[in-house]
Design a protein around this ligand. Sequence first.
Ligand SMILES: [Zn+2]
Length: 467
Amino acid sequence: MATRRSVAIYARISQDRGGEGLGVDRQLQDCREKTARLGWTVADEYVDNDISAYDRRKKRPAYERMLADIAAGERDAVVVYHIDRLHRAPIELERFVDVCSIAGVKDLKTVSGDYDLGTGDGLLHARLLGIVAAAEGDAKSRRGKRKMREKAENGQPHGGGMRPFGFEKDQITHHPEEAAVIREAASRALAGESLTSLVRWLDEADVRTVTGRPWATTTLRQLLTNPRNWGVRTYKGAEPVKAVWEPIIDPADGARLRSVLLDPSRRTNRTARRYLLSGLGRCGRCGEVLVSHPKRGVRKYECRTSANHKGCGKISITAELLEEWVVEAVLHALDSPAMAQSLAPGSDDTETERIRAEVTRLRQRQEELAEMYADGEIDRAGWSTARNRMQNRVRDLDSALAGLTRRHAADPYLGKGEELRQQWEQMNLDRQVAIVKSVLNHVTVLPATVPGRHGLDPARVQPDWRR
Ligand SMILES: [Zn+2]
């Protein structure tokens, strides 16, 4: 009977017992000898390589294959060097015991001991050893974490792993060339240069990351916003502390870099909004918001009819022309005494209150209309028309409210339209949008009166200034 055994040998490489001669060859050799002593046959050897035994998220493909073979009835015994090779957590042992019990596999052999999974004692023994192994692993991982935290709290570098860009292998001494790169990139980013442009510069200068890869905007943002550069040691969940190494850049610059490069509006807008007047254009026929998109290579703002857009689809204008006109008008408006007065601090509170009151009134009116429709007092078309009109008005009011809170964007330029004009081209889109929105509620585009006309007919454009 014994000779008919079809044995699964399981081995696992990990660092948790490093230096104790637990190389996979040694494990396999001992298991084969054990199997031979029993007079059994090795059916297959299953070897996993997981470096840390106690990272339980890691999958073990060979182990899973072995369980599948046991479940399929193709194995009658398991031989393993030590029970801690087989399982990393008590819960895994329970699953193993379940699979074995369904398949009728009772023999679990290790080089140092045998477990009869078919008896209570054997099971208990296996479980106890499993628990001991798991506890050892937890303690080791806790010790590792405590040591890491201690280092962090003393401002010492992490130590392990790859050296950070800008530092030598000791993670304390500055790497002279790389530190110079960090300084220059930081000062250029603070001067308003985009990450894309900085990545291009690094590429042309043949500057690589510590892994030898080209820089990308994401990796460069991570680099420039890392407090390590200004001599601060951080550790997850702990107070940042002064690091033992010298700062590469000034801490004040570091704080500014974080606010510039980690500003969430800058990051989301970069992909979501690429047009200056997105959300600000209105159809002069139906009042819908104009949608911006390129059409045969030319950017347009258009009223659209589609599943998502309920416009009339009859208005379209070249984006560049409209943007030029609006920017000119905004610069001009900032110089006008009337605008200067309306934007002056102090007029905010009453205006905000007035807008909020109107929004509330409109929302109440919308509910009344819905009830009237429900009661059959008005028909669907009447309800729908009135509702759309009110929704558009609410949207305008919301954008006016948002403008009130964003108003400070244009404050430095009040009465200085000319100064703003000189800086305009160098500003990034988000800054430009903020300034436009701080003075303009929306801009309505009327139908073209002269067909095929080139350039912009100013009569088509009606700005609604914030008042
Ligand atoms: Zn329309």
